[in-house]
Design a protein around this ligand. Structure first.
Ligand SMILES: Cc1cc2nc3c(=O)[nH]c(=O)nc-3n(C[C@H](O)[C@H](O)[C@H](O)COP(=O)(O)OP(=O)(O)OC[C@H]3O[C@@H](n4cnc5c(N)ncnc54)[C@H](O)[C@@H]3O)c2cc1C
Length: 406
């Protein structure tokens, strides 16, 4: 008599790793994926280059409303160097470090290499990959030895010994993740912490800075009381994007969802006060000339308008209070924002299944037997830089290994 399989639902980053590690045991492994080929988010990641990992990561860089202790233990189960070794040695994907950002990319610079290698390898390990199969419902075992019932879109029901839920969150729904797994988890009795778009561009209505669209520079963005982010900033037609904005965006999104507003203060060019004071204190330069030495021309002009200072005024003639006003604009510019691009453009989902309800060593549900949860579905996300894949790989591996032994 054949044994009931381990069924992995979702062939994204987490599900592919879960299938990889669930394979090779006594039970067959079936990977169910609703899209035609899976791994769509891997394909669009890192601008098509796939920032596969950060060179270093630790739990302090992640956001969760759940237990930081469980988050830490899960990440420690497969630390940065071990993850890197897996991709390089086991999967044969050569990785290259981008020294200025600490990000690791495949040396081929092709996200498709990562997705295709994962798909190929899970098949090679005997996993039955079934694409175009959307899971509609999960019925838990009726008794201790009874199987899970996995109901598919066409009404067919699959008996499963164990289920690994790797259905992602709500970000970029056209990649296949529109919240099915969160609904399944809630229906099965799990606590799902309120979800919100994270790593998403911010918007401004009316678009006061639309003329700056395309201008980019380094910044520090501070969200008083909620953190800060450092890195690239990009003006868009509808608002702002770039790593620094994406990394801090969840503070604004959450404040708005709670009916409030999170102030964001920008330090343009990430230039410190003494440097500006030096540039603005003496000499024959105009203020516009001084600003344009460190900032993009178009932005310098707009910031002078914001400060109410004529571009051709000499820095040496600036009254003290006007210089102070200009320094405030350069170092603590209150960035107006009225909304965000939501899940349509969010790189990840904040919130999700409460970490307290999974075992940190196996990601086994504490609510239902032989159910394992992994990836973006769980209440944790990291900043730009490969941290979200690191989470998906680590949780997928743990869930797969445990499902195999279950
Ligand atoms: C534009 C973009 C760029 C990104 N770039 C990076 C990057 O460079 N580095 C980084 O670390 N992170 C990046 N991320 C984040 C990263 O892609 C995600 O954190 C990660 O892919 C989440 O993996 P997952 O497997 O948990 O979920 P997903 O990748 O969303 O996979 C879930 C899978 O489950 C399937 N599914 C859902 N419901 C069902 C169902 N009912 N039945 C069957 N199948 C189902 C979906 O079709 C999907 O294939 C990026 C995200 C986006 C959107």
């Amino acid at each position: 008599m054949s044994l009931d399989p381990v069924v992995v639902v979702g062939a994204g980053a987490a599900g592919l790793l879960a299938a990889y590690f669930a394979a090779g045991g006594a039970r067959p492994v079936i990977l169910l994926e609703r899209t035609a080929e899976g791994g769509r988010k891997i394909l669009i990641s890192g601008g098509g280059r796939c920032n596969l990992l950060p060179s270093r990561f630790d739990a302090a860089q992640y956001t969760t409303d759940s237990s930081p202790h469980i988050l830490r233990n899960v990440l420690r189960s497969w630390p940065d160097h071990a993850q890197r070794r897996f991709f390089e040695r086991e999967l044969g994907i050569e990785l290259q470090l981008e020294p200025e950002t600490g990000k690791l990319f495949p040396a081929s610079n092709r996200a498709a290499q990562v997705r295709d290698t994962l798909l190929h390898t899970v098949r090679e390990r005997g996993v039955a990959c079934r694409f175009g199969e959307r899971v509609r419902a999960l019925a838990p075992p009726a008794g201790e030895a009874a199987p899970w019932q996995v109901r598919l879109e066409d009404g067919a029901v699959l008996a499963a010994h164990a289920v690994v839920l790797a259905t992602g969150g709500l970000s970029v729904p056209q990649t296949g993740s529109d919240g099915d797994g969160l609904r399944f988890a809630a229906r099965l009795g799990h606590t799902v912490r309120p979800t919100y778009p994270a790593l998403t561009p911010l918007t401004l209505r009316p678009p006061r800075f639309a003329t700056l669209a395309g201008v980019s520079l380094e910044v520090v963005v501070r969200a008083p009381g909620a953190g800060e982010a450092r890195g690239g900033f990009l003006f868009t037609h509808r608002g702002y994007s770039g790593p620094a904005v994406l990394d801090i965006a969840h503070t604004a999104v959450r404040a708005r969802l709670a009916g409030g507003a999170q102030p964001l203060l920008v330090q343009w060019g990430a230039i410190e006060a003494p440097e500006w004071e030096r540039l603005l204190s003496a000499g024959a330069a105009t203020v516009a000339g001084a600003l344009k030495r460190r900032l993009p021309d178009r932005l310098a002009e707009v910031l002078l308008q914001e400060a109410g200072i004529a571009a051709d005024q000499r820095v040496a003639t600036l009254p003290r209070d006007v210089r102070r006003r200009l320094l405030d604009v350069l170092l603590r510019f209150p960035l107006p924002h009225t909304g965000d691009e939501g899940y349509r453009k969010a790189e990840v989902t904040g919130g999700g299944v409460a970490l307290e309800e999974v075992d940190a060593r196996s990601l086994a549900s504490r609510v239902r037997p032989r159910l394992f949860l992994c990836g973006e579905l769980l209440d944790a996300f990291g900043p730009i830089g490969g941290y979200n894949f690191a989470w998906a790989w680590a949780t997928g591996r743990l869930a797969g290994l445990a499902a195999r032994e279950s």
